[in-house]
Design a protein around this ligand. Sequence first.
Ligand code: GAR
Length: 219
Amino acid sequence: MLNNTCAAGTKPLRVLVMVSGGGTNLQAIIDRVKDGTITNTEIVGVISNNKNAYALTRAEENEIPSLCISPKDFETRGIFNGKLLEAVESFEPDLVVLAGFLVVIPPEMIRKYENRMINIHPSLIPSFCGKGYYGLKVHEAALERGVKVVGATVHFVDEGTDTGPIILQKAVEVQQGDTPEVLQRRVMEQAEWKILPRAIDLIANGKVRVEDHRTVIEQ
Ligand code: GAR
């Protein structure tokens, strides 16, 4: 377990990170816990749906317990959903962080972790979000539309797709000649890897509350 428990007398936030791929957002969280930018936080585990995800190597290198659970290994989605929830609960998380987790979250889990589960999305919601918009597809769509500003959003997860209360957003400029890959990297570097750790730190220090489906942030 990786932790940074500086705030005297406060119980560290138990964070579970869920991933599917490279895990650069996971790495950003790990690095910010290590250097003390994220305070009062313990990364208690990593769950991947993909056994080949490089994110699992990152977890191992940092001695964070991890496990892989894939819908492919179960006969029905219902069985997988039950097992996934069981796996999540085994870490007893206070906060679940979807950091590039590309599996549909079971409704039961969404209800159970209401305002305790956050997601990073690589666009300025409500642009380029919802069903079918994930990973590189988001950046392909932004370039196709010709927008000049893109960005990333951290939001709480509710029962819709990318519809939950927005916590933080950061804008990034599109540059002439960008490819989806180049734009994706810039959005990660300039937005995702900054706002996701920041959101976790704010939550860990009790500075985020939800009122009427909107967040109020105490800076
Ligand atoms: C990130 O760009 C994240 O915003 C995106 O997947 C990528 C994961 O990269 N998530 C979504 O598109 C969710 N709708 P990573 O594994 O290197 O963190």
